[in-house]
Design a protein around this ligand. Structure first.
Ligand code: NI
Length: 226
C-alpha cells in the first residue's frame, strides 16, 4: 500500500525547514549506506547529529503525531529520526531495497523497518527528474509531491530515484516500525478505519458503527505487536 499524505508541513514550516537545511553542511550520502547501496546511491546528506537535521526532524515528528491519516495508515510503534538528502547535477539512486533493521543514533535500540517515508521540501516544478519510483504488485508507481507532502510505502518494496537533471531535489526520508508488521493486514485496518469514518460522517449514531468499531479494535488486538 502506497499512501500520499498531503500537507504534513504547512507553507510556513516548509519555508523554515528549507532555510535551515539549505544553510547546513552536506556530505556524501554514502555515510549511512550498506555495501549494496554504496554502488547504487549518488546523493548528498546532512550528518545525523547536525542541529538543522535534529530541528527539522523534530518538526516532522511532531507534525506526524498530530496527523490522523498518518496514524491510521502507519499504526506506528517506533519512528526513526528523519534524515535528509539532496540530489542535483544528474544524481540518482538506483534500484535497491532498504535495510530491514536500523539502529537509533547514539543508542543500541534497533527497529524493524516496516514502512519507508519520503517528505518533499521543493515544489515539483523547481526541478526536473527526481521521481521516487516504487515497484509494487500493480507495477511501478512514480511519486513527486508538492512541498510539505509525504509518501508512505512498504519498506519491502524495490525502489529508485530518477536522475535530477535540473535544479535540486531536497527531501526527508525515514523509517517506521508499525504495530502491524504485515502490509496486507495494515491495509485492511486502514480501509476499515476509512469506512468507519465515512459511516460516522454520513450516518451519525448508526447502530452498525459500534459493531464495526469493535471489529476494528479486536483485529488490532489480535495482530498488534508492541
Ligand atoms: Ni531507499
Amino acid at each position: 500500500m502506497l499512501i500520499r499524505i498531503p500537507e504534513v508541513l504547512d507553507a510556513e514550516q516548509v519555508a523554515q525547514a528549507r532555510q535551515l537545511l539549505e544553510s547546513a553542511e552536506w556530505v556524501d550520502g554514502n555515510v549511512t549506506s550498506g555495501h549494496q547501496a554504496r554502488r547504487a546511491k549518488h546523493n548528498m546528506q546532512i550528518p545525523q547529529d547536525h542541529p538543522a537535521a535534529q530541528q527539522v526532524g523534530d518538526m516532522i515528528l511532531a507534525a506526524l503525531g498530530r496527523n490522523p491519516l498518518f496514524m491510521s495508515a502507519a499504526l506506528p510503534l517506533h519512528v526513526l529520526p528523519p534524515l535528509f538528502n539532496r540530489y542535483s547535477g544528474g544524481q540518482q539512486f538506483h534500484t535497491h531495497v532498504d535495510n530491514a533493521i536500523r539502529q537509533f543514533p547514539d543508542s543500541n535500540r534497533r527497529i524493524r523497518t516496516d514502512l519507508s517515508a519520503t517528505l518533499f521540501f521543493y515544489e515539483p516544478d523547481e526541478y526536473d527528474g527526481g521521481e521516487l519510483c516504487v515497484e509494487d504488485t500493480y507495477g511501478v508507481q512514480q511519486v513527486k509531491l508538492p512541498a510539505g507532502h509525504m509518501v508512505l510505502y512498504p519498506a519491502t518494496s524495490l525502489h529508485h530515484v530518477t536522475p535530477v537533471t535540473r535544479g535540486t531535489r531536497l527531501c526527508s526520508f525515514f523509517w517506521i516500525q508499525s504495530m502491524i508488521r504485515d502490509d496486507g493486514q495494515r491495509s485492511l485496518l486502514f480501509d476499515l478505519d476509512l469506512g468507519l469514518q465515512r459511516l460516522n460522517q454520513d450516518h451519525p449514531d448508526h447502530a452498525s458503527a459500534v459493531q464495526i468499531t469493535g471489529v476494528y479494535h479486536n483485529l488490532l488486538r489480535q495482530w498488534a505487536e508492541m
